[in-house]
Ligand binder design. Sequence first.
Ligand code: SF4
Ligand code: SF4
Length: 224
Amino acid sequence: MSPIGNIISRLQNSEKVERVRLSLQLIGLAIFIYFGSQSTFYVVLLSIPIALLFGPVYCGWMCPRGMFQNIIGSMGKRVLGKRYNTLVPKRFHGSLLYFRYVVLLFLVTALLLHEFQFINDSIMESVVVDGLLLIMAVSILLSFFVDRAACRYFCKEGAAASLTNLVKIRMIRRDHSICNSCGICDRMCPMWIDVSKKDVVRDAACISCMKCVQKCPVNALKVE
Ligand code: SF4
Ligand code: SF4
């Protein structure tokens, strides 16, 4: 394994990993509060070099909306028990994953129309900005029922960042000579990726949270 892979694997197997994640998410939240909601887009842009290496790390490790979804999601798990994560049937999940690209396309189109003065400032603010904020707020609340509902189906920044999954250099690989097919990685994945059925995780939905690697009981998953 490469030196970078070794460092990541040690971090993933450490008990401190969730504290590291929470600290980074709190830094993300401080940036969000100080610079406003548009800062997220620029932070995602700045994180592109690291995303080209490991995928959308910002989504899995630093996004404050991810933190809120984790908190709301843990409440949902406690209240709903086995009914948690059953709101969206798996047969619709694959198609619904494309909706966040529709949201991104809507934003890009609106920005272009605004730039060329086909829509004025008030429409831009009341329909586009407020509309997208409303979608994000509702989708974060939906994470009470569905793990990372906003990341999965609604987040435009996540949609843009997800494209780095297609070109990233380091990938999660499953060693099937070690894997015992326990399925823990599938259950831990907030994006509902069937990790246990893959040799290499290349899915655009992956948010590089590394929970699958972290929780594999036999260390069959490595970042290489
Ligand atoms: S958690 Fe590890 S051992 Fe279990 S199915 Fe996934 S890769 Fe295999
Ligand atoms: S495949 Fe692993 S790293 Fe990717 S989203 Fe799922 S749990 Fe996170």
